[in-house]
Ligand binder design. Structure first.
Ligand code: MCA
Ligand code: AMP
Length: 498
């Protein structure tokens, strides 16, 4: 058995080697099995070199042991991990690979065929995540804590997503703050239902539990029925999700029979902690969830660039509509338009963050990195107020960023994609408030000729170009878009069209 790693998270795993780490569709995996598989990946990647020296290695794996072992294996070899989302179209994956300068992809065999066209056209090296290396004595490179570790692509105020680079120090700071605040321990067992190309699914729901020696049961894809079944049949202690997931779970519960409802509520009430984040949790949903199972959902706030920074307390009062107080180790300030720091209750300002949890840079984009900071402070673009120490998010400083189903979506990116449609002359994308999705992606479109453009045909066309959750689900054909004197589209006027 391997006795030491160069990654603190793996060293924690070694100290828990006999405990159950992951339960996936392939069965139950102890920490020792995950570690062994990670070393196979490391050995295969190092292949006579001593250090990958921050080479970007993309990987595409279903939720389960392969995902974790592959990521750990890349880290141990000194590489930067670039998690790919299996449900993204190849065009988005290609953008990620090009932008990050990826030369090697590790794929679970079930995705090898899907990724193959890219392997060929871009001349990439493909490694299978279940590589059967014989582990010999692997000599691991020495890694400083500020070694780059991961690139996650996040949409923002630019049309194309930016690669957020976090270091091992950033990741550790993000994990330890949450483990401390939410008292995650080896007694926990979490049900993991989130995508694995964003912080919520990677850091909060996967690596915090694994840091603590807990067990993580990983499901593939979202299914309300299957989640309720797990709640009922498994002794879970912890659950994390976006508001849309809670809304879908409530909907399922509402439609169930009386006995089923009782069984579901009882099972759920036994959990230790249920958390919501990534988007605002409507107060009526918080209240309904409390009626169903007695839990006051713990709402927290974070961002890809900074990890989690605000959270309602585990033990103290969880205030509905508020995202809580700064997490341990987090430096945070609210700054007015004037540049002054907000000191009074209920005066609004932008949330700015600094410290070890804050990302290092946008990959290959020095200008965006520079623009994102004011001195040492990262500017989140989220506007908030404080009342009695608790923060409340009021919104964002940009109407071009939409949150739908917990995903951040750039209106500009969707517009750019739609403009390449042969029948579209102009378009404007807006997020419209929606009970299920938080915001719904809506498209106002001017067609080239008077022609038939239906939502269905647009959605089918878009499927190979942008991720499913970015595709508009409302379409309005208009003769022209509302514009100001500078010929700029007036988004608030576009919203009124819906
Ligand atoms: C899917 N559909 C939608 C949307 N997404 N319709 C409107 N708006 C949307 N956003 C439609 C599909 O087209 C499809 O329709 C049907 O819903 C089911 O699609 P599917 O993809 O299967 O959806 P789902 O599986 O039901 O997924 C819903 C979901 C998912 C589970 C809520 O969106 C999800 O996993 N969200 C979590 C995202 C997340 O982890 N965000 C964290 C990033 P049809 O059937 O007609 O085709 S933020 C982060 O990391 C920061 C740091 C933070 O604070 O956490
Ligand atoms: P992402 O860039 O995908 O990491 O999304 C981060 C953004 O999600 C933040 O900048 C916020 O706008 C939003 N967000 C995350 N958690 C919450 C929350 N609890 N309430 C409101 N907005 C949130």
């Amino acid at each position: 058995m391997i006795s030491a790693s160069n990654i603190p998270l793996v060293n924690r795993a070694i100290s828990n080697k006999d405990r159950v780490a992951i339960i996936d569709r392939g069965g139950v995996h102890r920490y020792r099995e995950v570690i062994n598989q990670s070393f196979k990946i490391t050995q295969c990647l190092l292949n006579n070199t001593s250090d990958l020296k921050e080479a970007r290695i993309a990987f595409i794996c279903p939720p389960g042991i392969d995902y974790v072992a592959t990521q750990w294996g890349i880290w141990q070899a000194g590489g930067i991990t670039v998690p790919l989302c299996p449900s993204h179209p190849l065009s988005e994956i290609e953008y990620v690979i090009n932008t990050a300068g990826v030369k090697v992809i590790i794929a679970h065999p079930e995705y090898a065929q899907f990724i193959n066209p890219l392997i060929k056209t871009r001349n990439l090296v493909l490694i299978h995540s279940n590589t059967e290396e014989d582990i010999s004595e692997v000599s691991l490179p020495h890694l400083e804590v500020n070694r780059k570790a991961m690139i996650l692509f996040t949409s923002g105020t630019t049309s194309k997503p930016k690669g957020v680079v976090t270091t091992h120090r950033n990741i550790m700071a993000q994990i330890t703050s949450l483990v401390e605040s939410w008292e995650i321990s080896s007694n926990d067992r979490i049900l993991h239902v989130l995508p694995l190309h964003h912080i919520h699914g990677i850091i909060n729901a996967l690596y915090c539990p694994l840091w603590a020696g807990a067990s993580c049961e990983m499901m593939s894809g979202f299914n309300a029925d299957a989640i309720w079944e797990k709640f009922v049949k498994t002794d879970l202690t912890l659950f994390m999700a976006v508001p849309t997931i809670y809304i879908k779970l409530i909907d399922f519960w509402d439609k169930a029979g009386r006995e089923e409802k009782e069984a579901m509520s009882t099972a759920c009430s036994k959990m230790r902690l249920m958390i919501s984040g990534s988007a605002p949790l409507p107060v009526d949903i918080l209240e309904k969830w409390k009626d169903i199972c007695g839990h006051t959902l713990l709402e927290r706030y974070g961002m890809t660039e900074v990890g989690m920074v605000l959270s309602n307390p585990l033990h103290g009062k969880r205030k509905p509509g508020y995202v809580g107080i700064p997490l341990p180790g987090v430096n945070l300030q609210l700054v007015k338009d004037t540049g002054d720091i907000v000191t009074e209750d209920m005066k609004e300002g932008e949330i700015q963050v600094k410290g070890e949890n804050v990302f290092q840079e946008y990959w290959g984009n020095a200008q965006s990195t520079q623009d994102a900071f004011k001195g040492d402070w990262f500017r989140t673009g989220d506007i908030a107020v404080i009342k009695n120490g608790y923060y409340r998010i009021l919104g964002r400083d940009s109407t071009d960023i939409i949150k739908s189903g917990g995903y951040k979506i750039s209106a500009l990116e969707v517009e750019e994609a739609l403009r390449s449609h042969p029948k579209i002359a102009e378009c404007a994308i807006v997020g419209i408030k929606d009970n299920e999705w938080g915001e719904r992606i809506c498209a106002a479109v001017v067609t080239k000729d008077p022609c038939e453009l239906t939502l269905d045909s647009l959605r089918i066309w878009a499927q190979t170009r942008i991720a499913k959750y970015k595709i508009p689900s409302r379409l309005k054909i208009v003769p022209h878009l509302p514009k100001n004197l500078m010929a700029k589209v007036i988004k608030p006027e576009v919203k009124k069209l819906f």
